[in-house]
Design a binder for this molecule. Structure first.
Ligand code: ADP
Length: 296
């Protein structure tokens, strides 16, 4: 059997296109959109993610501010800050970096963010809007996946798409976006028997299971498009570890197109966050033009 090599669905050029659009649209607004980044404590990964988001924001002409709260911040103080940011007309978008320290409950915090400023798209008002195909802010990684497919010309309408994973962050919302884009969607998860039989039916296979190399070549229909959302750190001999996806590298010999890890879906997430901030600012601007204030 001759083995092909899948087309690489690279994230960086698709992310650059999204960032260009965000920059162009931001420049058309009377004020630069403003992103409020809230983080609690000094978790090194969170510090670095938030720094990266602020840096990318300034690259596309957005303003941002990092609200760095001490690790012992109370739930009440965190909610008070979010209330202040909700009420501040200069703030377009609010992102609360997760995970929060263990003594804080993330659910009421995410509920407190005004849906019109919820640039993570995780407020139930926005997840409900997504599921009903109403206007709202869409979660960043799922919307980034849709932008990645569109950028590389992968048609979604009518396609048989299998999503492996049903998390609130990726699996569920990407299924909603695909459905809204007229795909034929199957959601598989931990309790799905004979996963390979399901995934082999996919024209487009999206994997967000958090299991290194869960998807092996025998589970992929030849020529299928495979989107690997997994970021797993696996040990290496030098002790540093390396990042690998939920899809086995040999799938490249079967798939028609495949996203690399890293350098596939990853760069889309931050780009979409900034796009969401611009979208939020545009809608707030349009609304204040009509009503004189942001309707709450
Ligand atoms: P993420 O944040 O990347 O979406 P989560 O760890 O929150 O990932 O969710 C993992 C999802 O993957 C769950 O919905 C789970 O049912 C699914 N999953 C995990 N392991 C398997 C497996 N072996 N087979 C099928 N689905 C799996």
């Amino acid at each position: 059997m001759t083995q092909g090599t899948a087309q690489v669905l690279a994230g960086p050029p698709a992310a650059a296109a999204l960032l260009d659009e965000a920059r162009r649209r931001a420049a058309r607004l009377p004020h630069p959109p403003h992103l409020a980044l809230v983080r609690v404590g000094e978790d090194p990964a969170s510090v670095s993610y938030v720094r990266g988001k602020a840096k990318k924001a300034s690259e596309v002409g957005l303003s941002s501010h990092v609200h760095a709260l001490p690790g012992d911040t109370t739930q009440a103080d965190l909610l008070a800050l979010i209330g202040t940011l909700n009420a501040d007309p200069a703030v377009s978008g609010i992102l609360v970096q997760l995970p929060l320290p263990a003594h804080l409950d993330p659910a009421p915090v995410l509920l407190a963010v005004h849906p019109a400023k919820d640039v993570d798209g995780l407020h139930p008002a926005n997840t409900g809007a997504l599921w009903n195909a109403h206007e709202g802010l869409r979660p960043c990684t799922p919307a980034g996946i849709m932008a990645l497919l569109a950028h590389h010309g992968v048609p979604v309408r009518g396609a048989r798409v299998v999503v492996v994973g049903r998390s609130a962050l990726v699996g569920r919302p990407v299924a909603g976006l695909l459905l809204n884009a007229d795909a034929t969607v199957t959601l598989a998860h931990r309790a799905t028997p004979d996963l390979g039989a399901v995934t082999r039916g996919a024209d487009i296979l999206i994997v967000a299971a958090g299991q290194a190399h869960l998807i092996t070549p025998d589970m992929v229909r030849p020529g299928a498009t495979v989107v690997d959302v997994g970021i797993n750190r696996v040990p290496t001999e030098d002790g540093k570890g390396r990042l690998t996806g939920d899809v086995h590298p040999d799938v490249a010999h079967v798939a028609g197109a495949l996203t690399p890890v890293p350098g596939g879906v990853g760069p889309m997430t931050v780009a979409q966050l900034l796009m969401n901030t611009v979208i939020a600012a545009e809608r707030q601007h349009a609304q204040t033009e009509v009503t004189g204030e942001l309707v709450r």
